[in-house]
Design a protein around this ligand. Structure first.
Ligand SMILES: [Zn+2]
Length: 157
C-alpha cells in the first residue's frame, strides 16, 4: 500500500514464542488462545494466506487487520478486510493497522506486524507540519544538514 509507513515486524518475536514452545517452556494452551471475537473477525473479515499454521499444520493461517486511530472514532479497534484499507488510507490522514495471524483450527494467534496508513504518508506530506521541527533538531549531527542551516541563516538576514 502506497501510504504504508513505520512498519514494525514481529516475526522475530513469533519465532521466539515457537522456540519456547518446542523447548516445552510454554504449552500450546498458552499460545493457542484466540478469543471467540478474534476467530469471528478472522471468519468474516480475515484474509486467507498460503501459510500453514506452525502449531497444528492442518489449517492455513488467516490474517486479521485491526485499525486504530482518533479519526476512526467508533470504528477504532474494529477488524477490516484488506480491500477496505486502501479506501480508508485515502480518506483519513493517519491510522494504525495491527495484523494478527489466526488459525481457525487450533486457535493459534500472534501479532504479525503493525504499520501506519493514511494520506499523511503521501509524497510531500512531510513538508508541511510538525516533521520540520524534528528535522531541525537533528541538523547539528545529521550529515548533509549544511545547506538547510545555511538557508536558515540567509533567511534571518
Ligand atoms: Zn493451527
Amino acid at each position: 500500500m502506497r501510504t504504508q509507513r513505520q512498519v514494525v515486524d514481529y516475526s522475530l518475536r513469533k519465532r521466539a514464542v515457537l522456540r519456547e514452545l518446542l523447548a516445552g517452556r510454554v504449552g500450546t494452551y498458552d499460545v493457542c488462545d484466540a478469543s471467540p471475537y478474534l476467530k469471528n473477525a478472522a471468519r468474516f473479515h480475515g484474509e486467507p494466506t498460503e501459510d500453514r499454521c506452525p502449531i497444528c499444520r492442518s489449517e492455513n493461517l488467516t490474517h486479521v487487520h485491526y485499525i486504530y486511530g482518533d479519526e476512526l472514532k467508533q470504528s477504532a479497534g474494529q477488524a477490516r478486510t484488506l480491500a477496505e484499507l486502501p479506501v480508508l488510507a485515502m480518506t483519513l490522514r493517519e491510522f494504525q493497522v495491527f495484523v494478527v495471524e489466526v488459525c481457525l483450527g487450533c486457535s493459534w494467534n500472534h501479532l504479525v506486524e503493525q504499520f501506519l496508513l493514511g494520506r499523511d504518508g503521501l509524497a510531500g506530506g512531510a513538508e508541511n507540519g510538525s516533521d520540520q521541527g524534528a528535522a531541525d533538531a537533528s541538523a547539528a549531527t545529521a550529515p548533509g544538514a549544511g545547506p538547510a542551516v545555511r538557508r536558515r541563516r540567509e533567511a534571518q538576514r
